[in-house]
Structures are given as C-alpha cells and as structure tokens.
Design a binder for this molecule. Structure first.
Ligand code: FES
Ligand SMILES: [Fe+2]
Length: 415
C-alpha cells in the first residue's frame, strides 16, 4: 500500500514512443483465420522456447517429471542425471512408441522402464536394456536411446524447444527481457499452485486479457477494481509499457482504493510475506522490474512473446502460459509462486491473493469467448486500441511482422 498522499494521474503518450507501431485501427484477421493460425505454427511457435517447470522440481539425481506440450501434443520426460544435468527427452519408447514414463513426477533409481515390453532407458536417455534381446535382429542400443529435446535453463526455469534445431538459442530468444529481469528472487518462491482452463478463443486474446487495465473498472467492479482504482486513477491507466524487441513489460500503477475488510487483513499480512525488500536489506529489484522506479508501482506484467507472462511484484509472482490449441481454442495455465509463509496469518494473506488472481482471470474469459464468436462470424473486422492498450497493439505488430517475414522467406526459398 502506498503512503504518499497525492498520487499523480498516469498520463497518455505511451504509443507515441514507438511510432513504428502506428495508431490506427488494426485488422482482426490474425485472431481467427485458420490459414494464418497454420502459418503462426511454423513461423512463431516451432521457433519459440517454452517453459515447462523449475529445476527445484528435480532437485536430486533421478528426480523426474513428465509433461505434454499441449500445442504440439508431444510427450516429454524431464529428469536430472547423476552429473547434475537436466535432460529433456521425447517420452517415446524406441521399441514401438509407448510412453516410457507414465507417472507425472517421481524418482528413478537409474532406469525408466517402458511398461509395454520392458525396454529400459538410463537417466541420460541411453537404451540400457532390451528384454529378450536375443530375439531381435541386431538392434543397435547405442543408436536407439530416447530422443533428446533442446533444453535451456534461465533463472531456474526449464525451457524446451519443440524443434530439433532451435531457430535461436534460449538466450537470444529471451533477449533484453531475460537479461533485465535476471536476479529477481525467482528461486525463493518455492511454493506454488496451478490451475488450467481451456478457453474458446485465439491465443492472442488470452494474452490480451491481462495486458491492458483499461477494462478493470468496468469488467471487474467488485474484484480487482476496488483495490486497483482509486481517485488517482479512475480510468485504469498504466504506469508505463516498455517494449523490448518482441517482448514487453507493463508496469502497473496502484492506489489502494476501498479494500473489503477481509482484503485489508490479507494485504497487511501478505505484504510482510511477499516483500523481499522488507526482509533482505540492500535488495534492489533488477532494472527490468519496476523500470520507472515509481513509488506508485505494484506489479509488472513481464511478457515473453509469444505466450509466457509473469505478473510479478517485489516478492511473489504468477506465471501465465497460453498454449494455442487451434485458431479459436487455447489452454491457459496459471501458476502462482510464493515464499513459504512463516505464520498462519501470512499464509492466509497469500491464499487470499491467489484466489483473487484466479477469480479476476475467470471474469475475463467469458468475455474473450464472446469476442471470439464475433471474430469467427466476421462481425468485427477491426480493433481500436487505446493508448494504454499499447501491449495489444505491439503484439499485433509483432505477429504481422513475423508472418510477413515468413512469406518473404518462403518466396525466396521457392526461387
Ligand atoms: S513400446 Fe516400449 S518396450 Fe515396447
Ligand atoms: Fe481482466
């Protein structure tokens, strides 16, 4: 909660800082046309990296978890080997394609055994054992280990690339956004909860939802609005939007308006639990977080294009991940990370924050599905973006630029 007496009213003028992005209405075709979605798969998604978990989930050699990359329907197996390396394999047995490890997570003594015919693979993916090997016709074990998937680690997050040959390294993919947010105490927030929901809308609409706060006083009058909107900011404006290549950051302005009695209690306790600055003297947020260093700052939405965002405060964060499932279907995953609470009161404060986050997101999604119906039936051909909807305009610009570049690549490849 801010103690300064007179909050400034956030101004307009964000879009003018990025003249290449324009100010006019934008064409909505990229939000629903199947052929554009198909092109996005090739030009954007197969060239991106995707966060699948954290290294703490596999702290010891032999620890593993499995996951299905929803967009690509690929099964993966993530494990730590005895050299401490994090390996990611296609979770597909090289005998006849069954998944090698069925369990969601666990610990292996050193082998993963396929439960179809019993072939076994070691922690480095090597094919260690073929049951009744003598009945085969010279299967070369050295060439039939689990297929590796490109993997990278950034700040304790495990990222994978769905293509065998990454278009760019993880470091290049994360760019300045990755460099400017490194050093945040990502690893201190060791407790998390997650929920996911399928939404009948294009992936870009899901991204758009938290990327503007223009809608908060109107769509969330009883949830987010009472605490985010007050006399200083009744229109729901941002502190700023910073664009970094394909990525971007929204910094949120906040004045405590009229919290409900339970919110007052929760915020009082959660503030102590969540604010690392309170606990760690001399701690300073990395320069990419609260980049304006405004005293009115509460949270940033750190977006890594195309589909991973972090809503991030001084000591607690939420990962938002969107997985496209079709031109008008997406899977949304929300995972909240908190520091272990020291008291029951802190825990209560954290729980309140988590539930509020979930409820606000769910309020958004029914609106998104209505928008998608209007798009699918060609009832809206243009969107008009407010100055503080710059993040949405930027996403539209980036997608359009990438698809145009892809068309040029294809044309020159065809001679
Ligand atoms: S499919 Fe795995 S052992 Fe046969
Ligand atoms: Fe919302």
């Amino acid at each position: 909660m801010n103690e300064l007496a007179t909050p400034p009213v956030p101004g307009i003028g964000l879009t003018a800082r990025y003249p290449e992005i324009g100010t006019g209405p934008v064409d909505t075709a990229i939000y629903h046309e199947p052929q554009i979605y198909a092109k996005e798969m090739e030009a954007i998604f197969k060239r991106s990296w995707f966060m699948v978990g954290r290294t703490e989930q596999i702290a010891r050699a032999g620890d593993f978890f499995t996951y299905t990359l929803p967009t690509f329907r690929q099964e993966i197996l993530v494990c730590r080997d005895r050299d401490g390396q994090v390996n990611v394999f296609h979770n597909v047995c090289t005998h006849r394609g069954n998944v090698v490890e069925h369990r969601k997570e666990g610990h292996s003594q050193g082998l993963f055994m396929c439960r179809f015919h019993g072939w076994a693979f070691d922690l480095k993916g090597g094919l260690a054992r073929i049951r009744d090997e003598e009945g085969f016709f010279g299967v070369d074990k050295a060439c039939n280990g689990l297929k590796r998937m490109p993997v990278g680690i950034w700040q304790g997050f495990i990222w994978v690339c769905p293509s065998d040959e990454p278009y760019q390294s993880l470091e290049e993919f994360l760019g300045d956004q990755g460099r400017d947010t490194a050093g945040y105490p990502w690893g201190a927030c060791t407790q998390s909860y997650q929920f996911e929901v399928e939404v009948d809308c294009n992936w870009k609409l899901v991204n758009d939802s938290p990327a503007e706060v223009y809608h908060i006083p109107v769509l969330h009058p009883n949830s987010a609005a009472p605490t985010m909107m007050a006399s200083g900011n009744i229109m729901g404006r941002l502190l700023g939007t910073e664009i970094k290549g394909h990525h971007r950051t929204n910094s949120h302005y906040s004045v405590m308006g009229e919290p409900k009695p339970v919110q007052k209690l929760a915020y009082f306790h959660a503030a102590a639990a969540q604010n690392v600055a309170v606990e760690e003297k001399g701690y300073e947020l990395p320069k990419g977080i609260n980049p304006t260093r405004s005293p009115w700052w509460t949270v940033d939405l750190i977006q890594f294009f195309p589909t991973i965002g972090f809503t991030l405060s001084a000591g607690m964060y939420t990962a938002h991940q969107v997985w496209p499932l079709g031109p008008n279907k997406s899977l949304y995953q929300q995972r909240v990370f908190v520091r272990p609470a020291k008291t029951a009161a802190e825990r209560f404060g954290q729980e309140n924050t988590m539930v509020e986050f979930r409820d606000v997101v769910m309020e958004d999604f029914s609106t998104l599905e209505r928008i998608q119906r209007a798009l699918d039936t060609d009832q809206i051909k243009q969107f008009h973006y407010h100055d503080h909807e710059l993040a949405l305009r930027h996403q539209h610009y980036v997608v359009t630029q990438i698809l145009a570049e892809w068309d040029r690549e294809q044309a020159s490849a065809q001679g």
